[in-house]
Design a protein around this ligand. Sequence first.
Ligand SMILES: N[C@@H](CCC(=O)N[C@@H](CS)C(=O)NCC(=O)O)C(=O)O
Length: 198
Amino acid sequence: MSQQPLEIIYFDIRGKAQLARNILTLFKIPFVDTRIKGNTPDDALKQLAPYKQFPILKIGDLILAQSMTIARFYASQNNYSGKTFIEKALADEVVDSTQDLLLAFFTNKDDEEKRKNYFEVTVPNFLSTWESKLVSGNGFIARGDSYTFADLSVFTVVEQLKLQERLVSFPIIQKLFNYFVNHEILGPYYKSLPADPQ
Ligand SMILES: N[C@@H](CCC(=O)N[C@@H](CS)C(=O)NCC(=O)O)C(=O)O
């Protein structure tokens, strides 16, 4: 299986594929970053997707759906999902919360009032929770002795929602953000990433 090319198939945005892309990049696992042209999957592509949704992972005839399943698969394979059951659970909780914040952006962005509430209430709530967890974990959100895919997921979502300007009151998230954005592998990767549409 490992000899077959690994393909992440998704739309031409960071969206729900970015955490998996980041894990693969961080661990130097080569992958084909297939971005669906015009953001409209053709019938053949739709047939490939078990739930008719993207991202999917394709390795030969193996198809794996669900963005966080794909991310977790590569995090586990690379010992990046937490060392103990507790760390893994804490990491999973944070990863799921990052997806909630991401999804809430898309569901609220087109209504002025909801968008305002999202940035003034929802975002600070999530940032504040992650900051507290980072404080109690001595800088690691799943409390171990090193970063996990949960820390990377916080970075991923902060970057894609452009929340870095809102980190003034969240110094540990800021530190985490700086770590990943300046990382020797992820830093250059991010510089090469196409900008998402506004
Ligand atoms: N739970 C799924 C949700 C995937 C999902 O909602 N994908 C959207 C794009 S972000 C999609 O493919 N939408 C097209 C459609 O539903 O037709 C995951 O996390 O992968």
